[in-house]
Design a protein around this ligand. Structure first.
Ligand SMILES: O=C(O)CCC(=O)C(=O)O
Length: 273
């Protein structure tokens, strides 16, 4: 998916872009089913704490798996779906066909029904520290309908250029958080299958899920390869899957096997299992 100039402009000035129906209903059904498997195997960990950043919360759950790729051939293939590479290169690139974008991190946040905990305000660049906060983006996929009631993502538009002070987040066993002016925040409601792209500098948060159904978001993070020298976290430099540009090998160099071209087969495999 190559974005229009208006969409690229929206990302570059507002720091985010909402793309309804990025994934097909069949792809979404496969994501939901694969998440059920990962959950049933106990791979999602509750990172919510009781306010002290250490003690597991007895009442709230923010279930996370990071990274996902070692546990799921399906989610390992997701960033290689052709529309992902095109979309990310279109947002992070300069419009050259040689623009190289790499996968930086993959993870899922699942908020169970009734007691799902949000993820507090932060800028991804407080973790990753890339030189240009517009040259990294999250692709946050709504695996279920994401609404204000179940704590969908909120962002602060036009704020990506101002790094905010961060501190340890007492509501999580490993996150950091900041305290932006929440009156400037906008909620991004999106139907399952929609994608929210937001720049590494964009402050964002999710809220509690007190509804009767669970809600998950799969967050893939990407950077332009020219930022990788200073980017921290995620895959080690040199092992980040290169999606586009002259060093892209379809996953062979990083995983020892070709991943590009397998997404549709992975979707079919998961749904048939
Ligand atoms: O889905 C969530 O709760 C948080 C997602 C997020 O903060 C991120 O992807 O950086």
């Amino acid at each position: 998916m190559i974005f229009t100039n208006e969409q690229r402009e929206q990302f570059r000035t507002e720091g985010y872009l909402a793309v309804p129906n990025f994934w097909t209903p069949i792809e979404v059904a496969a994501m939901q089913k694969e998440l059920e498997r990962l959950k049933a195997e106990g791979l999602l960990r509750n990172v919510a704490t009781a306010g002290d950043g250490q003690t597991a919360s007895p009442t709230k759950a923010n279930l996370q798996l990071c990274p996902m790729y070692p546990h799921s051939a399906f989610f390992r293939a997701m960033p290689f779906a052709p529309k992902v590479a095109e979309a990310v290169a279109s947002l992070l690139g300069d419009g050259n066909s040689g623009d190289s974008v790499v996968l930086h991190l993959d993870q899922v946040f699942l908020k169970p029904a009734k007691h799902g905990a949000g993820t507090n305000w932060h800028q991804d660049n407080a973790y990753f520290q890339i030189p240009d906060p517009l040259k990294g983006t999250a692709l946050w996929t709504a695996v279920h309908n994401a609404t204000i009631a179940n704590g969908t993502l909120r962002v602060i538009p036009r704020a990506f250029d101002t790094p905010l002070p961060h501190e340890r987040d007492g509501d999580s066993d490993h996150h950091i958080r900041c305290f932006p002016d929440e009156s400037l925040a906008i909620p991004l409601e999106i139907v399952a299958g929609g994608a929210l792209f937001f720049a590494y500098g964009t402050p964002h948060a999710t809220g509690a899920n007190t509804t009767d159904t669970e809600r998950a978001g799969v967050a893939l993070h990407f950077i332009h390869a020219n930022q990788s020298g200073r980017a921290r976290g995620g895959f080690e430099t040199g092992k980040r899957p290169v999606l586009t540009g002259e060093n892209a090998t379809g996953g062979e160099a990083e995983y020892g096997t070709r991943i590009a071209g397998t997404w549709d087969a992975q979707v079919a495999r998961v749904l048939a299992a």
